[in-house]
Ligand binder design. Structure first.
Ligand code: AGP
Length: 609
């Protein structure tokens, strides 16, 4: 997703912008650019490709020399990735960077063309730049306000007016934007890591608020242009947490951080051996009344929801429907007043998840958000909120956020089952104690499986396609394994409920189609094993992820490679069994020469539909 930065202060503005943009690379982008006031003129350098290309262009064209400017990494939506479509975009007196989508840009463009305006790019952003220029009356705040009244969609904008060379302006609707303040300097950014190297203090800009940034002051007005005071926040992430800390990639670093992430997430939510979610607005009394639950999310977060469905239905006997947010929001779903809708999201800014939540709220559902990014839109708008305390997740492929989403789903399911009296207090305590052991189980898997997974990954790189199979919880888990492999290795894969294979998909199996089978649930292991035998007899190479107890009972030669994970409380097995799947995906990507942190075509935070 696009990244925005801006700076006003004594430092070399071009350097600050580029280094802040580097911290936003995780969002995914295909072009980059900066605009800086140099001798009261706005000098822009922008190019298709990575920040390295931008740096090269800056060194050949000359670095814009100044102290006030804006920068951008673009993830193409309107118009292909190209130099001309890169941001910043300008009108005669205005230059802007933009994240999001202007829904009515065609209509606005037609109007501007009828007024004699011409356009250089295919972007919706240039339409906003031209509209600002068209409406400019010498007062930046009035001009921005009148443009806000005309544009529809979601956006965050960083704006420079030629007549005001000592300041920048910022505004947002839906898309995230923060305003950082340092000593005699100020910043805008799409996310906190961009400014952490300079300051920890920042404001969260709200919808349609406009910020004016000078070196020694930051002021805000609301949509009626009335001055407002805002609460200054302090980031509690340390810089080291946002850096790679000696690992080759963020993805593998974040896989290794999972034991800590689980502990950090669950320990504060356990009291006297029982789940305690009161601080998140969740009480036993409240939970008693929920009769239907829908979990809405996208991608990996949706897969965490799939595990949640199995666990909640099993323990609390409450029916759970898991829905893909982009389907749910457009499908006129059945939402009864008083239903519980759970939204799971790492970023808290995923447009489809956010809109699904708003739809559920508008129809009278109670909403519970399980979110990692503090202060994000979904976190702020939900009725109840449980933060996953995974810390900043930088790699595009989600790992530690997923494992903390699972951990929260378990705590929630235990609490719900207590409220519904489908488990006893003693059973709940037993389950909580088992959950508390999972960080060690994950640690053990990382320590003991990484080398083996690394080796097996060398066997996967030649495959064009793979199948992941499992039953029940193992099926939910294999969905995540398959997505992880696809997104970073670019090898096609599908996950199938193992028992469904013989209804068609088994026809794909031959010696060139490896199968990754997951078998952690004792009562159905024999069934999964018989599916493994079926694919093996058709030539498939089989990699089996199973418990150590299952591995001991296996007949010789059932699988080509066996990855053993320690046998824990079976309901909790997804927490430890996902780890080898993540590591396999990571090393397959690395072996193929891919950058697992920034897979092609993907963005960390999908803030457009
Ligand atoms: C995860 O590896 C993916 N990058 C993606 O599926 C992600 O989980 C999805 O886009 C949802 O994002 P969110 O958790 O920030 O809402």
């Amino acid at each position: 997703m696009c990244g925005i930065v801006g700076y006003v202060g004594p430092r070399d503005c071009s350097d600050v912008l580029v280094s802040a943009l580097e911290k936003l690379e995780y969002r995914g982008y295909d072009s980059a650019g900066i605009a800086v006031f140099e001798d009261n003129e706005i000098k822009t350098v922008k190019t298709k490709g990575k920040l390295e290309n931008l740096k090269e262009k800056i060194s050949t064209e000359g670095k814009p020399d100044g102290h006030v400017g804006i920068g951008h990494t673009r993830w193409a939506t309107h118009g292909e990735p190209s130099d001309v479509n890169s941001h910043p975009h300008s009108g005669a007196r205005v230059t802007i960077v933009h994240n999001g989508i202007i829904e009515n840009y065609l209509e606005l463009k037609e109007f501007l063309v009828s007024q004699g305006r011409t356009f250089l790019s295919d972007t919706d952003t240039e339409v906003v730049a031209q509209l600002l220029d068209y409406k400019y009356n010498g007062d930046p705040l009035e001009t921005i306000d009148s443009v806000l009244a005309e544009v529809k969609g979601s956006f965050a904008l960083g704006i420079m007016f030629k007549d005001f060379p000592d300041r920048i302006f910022a505004v947002r609707r839906e898309s995230p934007l923060i305003v950082g303040v340092g000593d005699g300097e100020s910043f805008i950014a799409s996310d906190v890591p961009a400014i952490l190297q300079y300051t920890r203090d920042y404001y969260l800009l709200e919808h349609d608020e406009i910020a004016t940034l000078a070196a020694d002051s930051v002021t805000f007005v609301d949509e009626h242009l009335q001055p407002i005071e805002k609460e200054l926040k302090t980031a509690d992430w340390d810089m080291e947490a946002a850096e790679k800390g000696g690992y080759a990639h963020y993805m593998i670093k974040e896989i290794h951080e999972q034991p800590t992430a689980i502990k950090t997430t669950i320990i504060p939510r356990i009291r006297d051996g029982l789940p305690c979610l009161e601080e998140c607005g969740i009480t036993l009394d409240k939970l008693k009344d929920f009769k239907n639950i829908t979990i809405v999310a996208c991608g990996t977060a949706m897969h965490a929801g799939m595990v949640g469905k199995y666990v909640i239905e099993d323990l609390a006997r409450v029916p759970v429907n898991v829905d893909i947010a982009s389907e749910y929001r457009y499908r006129n779903p059945i939402i009864n007043k008083g239903d519980l809708v759970i939204i799971i999201s790492q970023s808290g800014e995923t447009a489809d998840s956010r809109e699904a939540m708003r739809l559920a709220k508008s129809r009278g559902a109670q909403t519970l958000a399980i979110v990692n990014a503090k202060g994000s839109s979904i976190a702020r708008e939900a009725d109840m909120l449980i933060y996953t305390l995974a810390g900043p997740e930088i790699a595009v492929a989600s790992t530690k956020a997923y494992i903390t989403q699972l951990s929260v789903m378990y705590l929630f399911a235990f609490e719900l089952a207590l409220a519904k009296e489908t488990i006893s207090v003693a059973e709940c305590k037993r389950l909580v104690a088992a959950l508390l052991k999972m960080p060690d189980a994950v640690e053990y898997v990382i320590d003991n499986c990484e080398e083996k997974c690394k080796y097996i990954a060398t066997k996967l790189i030649a495959a064009d396609s793979l199948l992941y199979i499992g039953r029940e919880l193992d099926y939910a888990l294999s969905m995540e394994g398959s997505l992880k492999l696809k997104e970073v290795s670019y090898i096609h894969s599908e996950s199938y409920a193992a028992g469904e294979l013989k209804h068609g998909t088994i026809s794909l199996i031959d010696k060139d189609m490896p199968v990754i089978a997951v078998a952690t649930q004792t009562d159905i292991i024999p069934k999964t094993i018989s599916n493994i035998v079926e694919v093996k007899s058709r030539g498939a190479k089989v990699i089996l992820v199973c418990t150590d107890t299952c591995a001991r009972a296996l007949d010789e030669g059932v699988a080509d490679y066996v990855i053993e994970v320690p046998h824990c409380e079976e309901l909790l097995m997804p927490i430890s069994a996902v780890v080898p799947l993540q590591i396999l995906a990571y090393y397959t990507a690395v072996n193929k020469g891919n950058d697992p942190d920034k897979p092609r075509n993907l963005a960390k935070s999908v803030t457009v539909e």
